[in-house]
Design a binder for this molecule. Sequence first.
Ligand code: FE2
Ligand code: FE2
Length: 140
Amino acid sequence: MAYQWDSSLETGHVKIDNQHRQLIAALNNIIEASQKGKGSDEIFKTLDFLTGYTIMHFADEEKLQVEYDYPDYLVHKRYHNDFKATIGQLTERLRKEGPTEDMVRTVTSAVGDWLLNHIRGDDFRMAAFVKSRQEDVRNP
Ligand SMILES: [Fe+2]
Ligand SMILES: [Fe+2]
């Protein structure tokens, strides 16, 4: 397993944290499929799942930000959009060059590094803001 969940990734927002766990699990499934020498069908299936789950997760985060009037919404959304484009490009490259273990490692490291960074930075800030707004509602 290349990526391990730990408390440094926990934003405190239960739904978002669960989705982040799923994203990391999906990423590990790609790595595992590659290391076990699974065929390219299986590798692209796991990669397609990760892409679909990422898109769903980003949409949920963006909805949350709109709901709470998050001031950095547009910037955060742009990071999401850029990353969706990056995953698309990496997938295309993998299709062209073939999902060799080396290429899969390159793709999963790029995706994993971005994801962990984004969670620890942008997503933490978002979750802290949402939490403070929820506390304002409880203690006006
Ligand atoms: Fe996230
Ligand atoms: Fe995010």
